[in-house]
Design a protein around this ligand. Structure first.
Ligand SMILES: [Zn+2]
Length: 295
């Protein structure tokens, strides 16, 4: 066992999990606390709650170029015909501002766009979108439940950061469309994506979680590259029990603009994985000082 790490056995339903966490992150029940209490403590760290917000689901699907299913275009046309300006506002089309000359018009257009939302939610195309997203949400929740203990153990061990005891809401969107965003200040993840490879969604939910954990470093390319090395690569390979860095089948893994940084800092990353002297923030600072990233 790694120094400064404390290990536990957790009995969960039919299986026993053995995991270790850095002693610095511990806020354990009093001595003598039983397994149940420890389990409750562990489950309280970064709990994910999966939800669907109908307005968000609708507007997200209207805004995308890709269709969740061919009939969706019928709803797009129906709403556009009802109010072209309200529709343009809803999907964030910048051209709307070429057509507006005063704030009174803006108020009118906003009201129109809210009417479109109400109408859209009642249509059969939306009912199908909602039903398919509900099924995807149930699947996603199960995927997360199956892997979360392993994942939280790994991100705690690898990053050596304190994992906050907070609930994070995941707003789920249709799985054929593309979504992966965080609203850090509200502890919200927006997620919906085709499962391009095994454990894809679970890996990227963890990626977004790491953005929340390291929020003060959100604008740093180095921290983003470290998150991709840790989650998109290391945790993906651990979960899938096979694979290699930067490639999964025919897919490249990670953002194109971060790949040159990731390849350059890979030796520092590998050393970090093998040692237990510093945490992820300290590694980031060290890389900033030591590695010339003018790529
Ligand atoms: Zn990211």
């Amino acid at each position: 066992m790694v120094k400064n790490f404390v290990s536990f056995d957790i009995i969960s339903q039919n299986s026993i999990f053995c995991f270790s966490v850095p002693s610095s992150t511990l806020e354990l029940p009093q001595a003598g606390g039983n397994c149940q209490e420890i389990k409750v403590w562990y489950n309280n760290i970064m709990k994910l709650e999966f939800k669907i917000n109908k307005t968000y689901l609708l507007v997200h699907a209207l805004k995308q170029q890709i269709l969740p299913f061919p009939e969706w275009v019928g709803l797009k046309n129906y709403l556009w015909k009802m109010s072209p300006q309200g529709y343009e506002f809803l999907i964030g089309s910048p051209e709307i501002f070429l057509k507006i000359s005063n704030s009174k018009e803006v108020d009118k257009i906003i009201r129109k766009s809210f009417q479109l939302i109400k109408k859209g939610i009642k249509r059969k195309e939306f009912r199908r979108l909602y039903q398919e997203t509900k099924e995807y949400k149930s699947w996603l929740e199960k995927e997360w439940q199956q892997s979360k203990n392993k994942i939280l153990k790994w991100i705690s061990e690898i990053s050596r950061l304190k994992l906050p005891s907070k609930t994070i809401t995941v707003f789920v969107t249709h799985p054929k469309l593309l979504n992966g965003k965080i609203l850090t200040e509200k502890s919200i993840i927006c997620w919906g994506h085709p499962e391009d490879w095994k454990n894809y969604s679970v890996v990227y939910l963890t990626h977004e979680l790491m953005h929340i954990i390291t929020k003060e470093k959100l604008n740093s390319h180095i921290m983003h590259a470290l998150i991709e090395l840790m989650v998109d690569n290391e945790i993906r390979i651990r979960l899938n029990k096979k694979g290699k860095y930067f490639k999964e089948g025919k897919f490249n893994v990670g953002h194109d603009y971060l790949l040159p940084i990731e390849k350059k800092i890979l030796p520092e990353w590998k050393k970090f994985l093998m040692s237990n002297k510093k945490n992820l923030f300290q590694l980031e600072r060290e890389i900033k000082k030591k590695v010339d990233l003018n790529i």
